[in-house]
Design a binder for this molecule. Structure first.
Ligand code: 5GP
Length: 189
């Protein structure tokens, strides 16, 4: 089963994903490849596999991705090999991916794998506050770029099975855990 978490950068996807992995023993992550530089505290192979733009383009030419996207001027992509290995392990994969990637994965995988798609919403002003607090030292332009992306991501909300307003971390984590348990039961029947 593949659980897709979307929402703009700053909506809390990464923190929620980590918490789900900590609290549920059959849940694992699937790091994407990216050409962006690691943020403070990020480690190779944990949040992402960090590669150069040139290496990423080589992988595109070799058809190594299910999907990839250029997002805030950096590439992000889902490795076919890593995804297939993890799906075969029978675990629940939680993947954090933006809306274009979700749309592609739904098209590619809906007949082969049980998919659960969840969109995390956050208010624009709250998002601005989080982006400033996050410690990435984003410039005003970069913050506005991310805020501008919010409207685009929200325009794709109909793709998703569930939509959660992420204004209370604990409540959101509980809700997603309940969704995962319920969907797993449905899948087993
Ligand atoms: P960030 O740089 O904040 O970690 O991620 C930027 C955006 O890229 C997020 O919306 C994240 O969900 C998205 N993203 C991460 N991995 C992938 C991927 O494999 N494919 C696509 N299309 N987007 C991704």
């Amino acid at each position: 089963m593949l659980v897709i978490l979307s929402g703009v950068s700053g909506a809390g996807k990464d923190t929620i994903k980590k918490e789900l992995i900590k609290r549920m023993d059959n849940v694992i992550s699937l790091p994407s490849f990216t050409s962006r530089k690691p943020r403070e505290g990020e480690e190779e192979g944990v949040q992402y596999h960090f590669i150069t733009k040139k290496e990423f383009e080589e992988k595109i030419r070799n058809n190594e991705f299910y999907e990839y996207d250029l997002h805030h001027e950096n590439y992000y992509g889902t490795s076919k090999k890593l995804m297939n290995e993890k799906i075969a392990s029978g675990k629940i994969i939680v993947k954090d991916i933006e809306v274009n990637g979700t749309e592609n994965l739904i098209k590619l995988l809906k007949n082969e794998t049980k998919l659960v798609t969840i969109f995390l919403r956050v208010e624009k002003e709250e998002l601005r506050r989080r982006l400033i607090q996050r410690g990435d030292n984003l410039s005003e332009d970069e913050i506005n770029l991310r805020l501008g992306r919010l409207d685009y991501e929200e325009s794709k909300i109909n793709l998703y099975d569930y939509m959660i307003k992420n204004d209370d971390f604990e409540k959101t984590v509980q809700l997603i855990m309940d969704i995962i348990q319920a969907e797993k039961k449905l899948d087993e029947n």
